[in-house]
Design a binder for this molecule. Sequence first.
Ligand code: HEM
Length: 264
Amino acid sequence: MPQMYLTDQDKYSNTPTGEEVIAGVELANAKRKSKWYAYCDVAQSVTGLLLGLFLFCHMAFTSSIQLGKDVFWNLVAFTGGYPVDGEEHAWLHVVFVGAITILVIIHALMALRRFPTSYRMFHNMKSQYQFIAHRDTTLWIIQFVTAIVLTFMVFPHVTPMLLDPHAIGPNLSSVHTYHNGMLWTFIFLVATELHGMIGLYRLAVKWDVMAGNRAALRKIMYFLIVAMIACGSLTAWTYYSNGKALVESGEPIVKYEPVNNWWK
Ligand code: HEM
């Protein structure tokens, strides 16, 4: 419902300062909104931050294959609790992948609030963007588009790991990448890194990291996007070529047996 004012004097009695608008304080006649909008906003930011930081761990984890199949095998074994009793526990992978999937779902549900719900809303957003072609709005549009791409690509990525956690490892993950193909993997990688790194930049601006120095933050963000896409492409290529070699060898494809087991 629109804001109701009793008199014109009442209506124009307070011109809020920028700070008042941002903090939402001391607005004359401001109607009390539900606190749930703020809770949803915090939930979206916190899950976004955790997922953004997870992307760096994910890159280190998957890229370990560049140092050899043994290194990746040992890391997967570690997260599967192998060092405890000399056995890999698939349920630990399910718990970990499941936790990340829940973060993704919460994040996506919270973000849905910002999606236009009618053509008119979409049209208004488009006109606003064309009117004020601000760089940060362009970044927001990129995040919006990559969010849609990711919604279609993340679940086919995590679901096989939840259903068959034993398949995470040098051989079977490689064959998986080979079957997905380089194009799918590259589109997924670019969408992930653009969405994640722009998201971290937006959080840094919002939470005034580095005194909100946008120019410096943007440079860091551009660097991270390029570095993550370069690193991820090399890693994806390694999985793809390993997978191709395994499939073309005609041998039965089995789980990798390490030459150098760190945990024995
Ligand atoms: C705990 C959850 C996750 C695990 C254990 C995991 C594991 C893996 C593994 C083993 C690969 C290598 C090949 C393959 O199997 O496809 C991979 C590739 C990839 N994953 Fe994940 N992933 C997880 C979650 C995510 C999420 C949430 C995203 C994106 C939002 C993501 C994005 C990617 C991308 C873009 C690639 C391909 C390029 C590359 O190797 O960097 N992953 N992941």
